[in-house]
Design a protein around this ligand. Structure first.
Ligand code: NAD
Ligand code: ZN
Length: 264
């Protein structure tokens, strides 16, 4: 693959495809200032392993610790803006009918960039619900300093219906994915001709199985990520670039007349 310009090649694939899946992960939002889990764990400011906070066991152990961490994440996202890569994907979704955007992200940056129908495999930070009765909690108020520290302790609000604790609306480690979202994503992966994985490390299942499942049905699969991942070996094409640079280049290349050797 060394002589192939990944941007021109991917644009060529997309021109020839009817059904396309774009699978995004935390790296998609990194350039908006939202830390990925890897960065969060590596960061000196964090005393916690995200994997140990994002679970029902962690919640039962220490609700104030978990809710404080999610309040920090909600506040970070509220203060962030989508970048050119999010906007490029939204434009692509409007320009072609067969694109399914599947995200592992729990932020709302795809929506705020204009994507209307992203499939959220892991739920949303902004869909808090009662841990006991599952009723939606609506918009939860955050303290003004929520964005300051990931290790703020904060008691979760009480459910107005049953008094139970309000929990984040995300899928935790050990929990099942929302069935409708998973069915849509896995069906789209089985039916697509091209799948592009953007900013995902490919370690969280079952989302990480989508590229291989698309490939097994004959799709071409590509990865946009500055570094190699656990699913790089499945890929027909790798583009080592950040999402905020690569996706606008890709969309620009699609807008140009097709010249097979044209670099992006
Ligand atoms: P991950 O943290 O495991 O991996 C992030 C990947 O993004 C890495 O492979 C990294 O190399 C890549 N990356 C970093 N900067 C990038 C950039 N500018 N452009 C492209 N790629 C870049 O994330 P994951 O694979 O999504 O899986 C872990 C879990 O993290 C998911 O369940 C997700 O819900 C959760 N998460 C979500 C958010 C969010 O919603 N923004 C943030 C952190 C974690
Ligand atoms: Zn309740």
């Amino acid at each position: 693959m060394t002589d192939v310009d990944p941007c021109a090649e991917l644009a060529r694939w997309l021109r020839g495809a009817r059904n396309v899946v774009v699978l995004t992960g935390a790296g998609m939002s990194a350039e908006s200032g939202i830390p990925t889990f890897r960065e969060a764990h590596a960061g000196l400011w964090s005393r916690f392993d995200p994997q140990e906070l994002a679970s029902p066991a962690a919640w039962r152990r220490d609700k104030a610790l978990v809710w404080g961490w999610y309040a920090w994440r909600m506040a970070k996202v509220r203060g962030a803006q989508p970048h050119a890569g999010h906007r490029a994907l939204a434009g692509l979704g409007h320009a072609r009918s067969g694109l399914t955007l599947v995200t592992q992200n729990v932020d709302d940056l795809h929506e705020r960039a204009g994507s209307e129908d992203a499939v959220h495999l892991h739920g949303s930070l902004f869909a808090s619900r009662c841990f006991a009765c599952a009723r939606p909690a609506g918009n939860v108020a955050l303290p003004p300093d929520a964005a300051d520290s990931p290790s703020l302790r904060l008691e979760p609000p009480a459910c107005t219906h049953c008094g139970g604790s309000i929990r984040p609306g995300v899928v935790w480690f050990g929990e099942a994915l929302p069935q409708d979202a998973w069915e849509r994503a896995s069906q789209a992966a089985r039916e697509c001709e091209v799948l592009i994985a953007v900013g995902t490390s490919g370690v969280v299942q079952p989302a990480a199985s989508l590229p291989a499942s698309a490939k097994a049905r004959g799709a071409k699969v590509a990865e946009i990520n500055p570094v190699a991942t656990d699913v790089s070996n499945v890929m027909d094409l790798v583009w080592r670039a950040p999402a905020g640079e690569a996706l606008p280049l890709l969309v620009a290349a699609l807008g140009k007349p097709e010249v097979s050797t044209q670099p992006c």
